[in-house]
Ligand binder design. Structure first.
Ligand code: MLT
Length: 269
């Protein structure tokens, strides 16, 4: 990932759209990556930033997360969908209605590694879920090449992520790869988000662990305007901040290519 704002596709074309259904797929270099982990990491990042955390520090392993604990930070995450011992929160998006400190360190099995992987391949990384769907669609600059990176589940396909990817493909237009065509077809076979979420294996685990309320929380569409954006990577940590891609074009302060410039995250100590 570079500090520069996303470039538009060369040659003034309409841009392309691709989907990586599983983390096993290599994410090719792209302008914009949209990282999706509907159940639940991308929903949790959206909710935490909406709840008042200034940034979410996405890390790939539990010990790395523990080492980041300091005044001004709290820890959240899951292993096997259950809260991690000694952490302040689990990975339930409903837990983040307020923020006692500025930074939330988040470590999850599939979602936070997907954010880190996407940042290696894309100029701009946004975190997408159903709960911030419209805001993400508005935030993606016209003409850019987009890759939707599904977090999946333990390296495998996850139905709820593929559904959300398909919805994004339907809304974002562009030249579709075969994967994007397939995602749009899949999404088009459902009337709304309830069935694909309910049918997913991840929902089954949440139900079995007494966390069904999270499924309902994450199935809602476009209830948050927050678009989380990777502002920088440092020492294997993705610093995710609330971008100000906003509801109204008047509120945007855009660079020449239509992408909002955003200050890089401060140094992590
Ligand atoms: C993950 O990152 O693997 C998920 O968000 C798991 C979960 O639902 O907590």
């Amino acid at each position: 990932m570079t500090a520069a704002p996303a470039r538009r596709s060369e040659g003034g074309n309409e841009g392309s759209i691709d989907v990586a259904f599983t983390p096993a797929e290599e994410v090719r270099p792209t302008d914009v990556a949209l990282v999706v982990d509907v159940l639940r990491a991308s929903s949790t990042i959206v909710a935490a930033l909406d709840g008042g955390f200034e940034r979410v520090l996405c890390v790939g392993d539990v010990e790395g997360a523990r080492r980041l604990r300091t005044a001004g930070r709290e820890l959240a995450g899951e292993q096997g969908c259950r809260p991690i011992e000694g952490f302040d929160y689990g990975n339930s998006p409903g837990e983040f209605q307020s923020a006692p400190v500025a930074e939330l360190v988040l470590c999850t099995t599939n979602g936070t590694p997907a954010v880190l992987a996407a940042a290696d391949a894309a100029d701009e990384v946004l975190v997408a879920s159903l709960i911030n769907f419209d805001a993400v669609v508005r935030a993606v600059p016209d003409g850019t090449d987009v890759t939707i990176v599904c977090s999946g589940t333990n390296q495998r396909f996850a139905l709820e992520d593929a559904y959300a990817a398909g919805r994004l493909v339907q809304r974002l237009g562009r030249r579709r790869t075969d994967a994007a065509v397939a995602a749009a077809q899949l999404a088009g076979s459902y009337v709304d988000s309830n069935a694909p979420l309910a049918q997913s294996a991840d929902a089954g685990v949440l139900e079995a662990t007494g966390q069904s309320a999270d499924i309902e929380f994450c199935a809602r569409e476009s209830v948050f305007d927050v678009v989380p954006r990777v502002a920088g990577i440092r020492d294997g940590i993705a610093v995710v901040e609330k971008s100000h891609f906003g509801p109204s074009p008047d509120e945007r302060h855009t660079a020449g290519d239509g992408v909002r410039q955003h200050p890089r995250a401060e140094l992590i100590t």
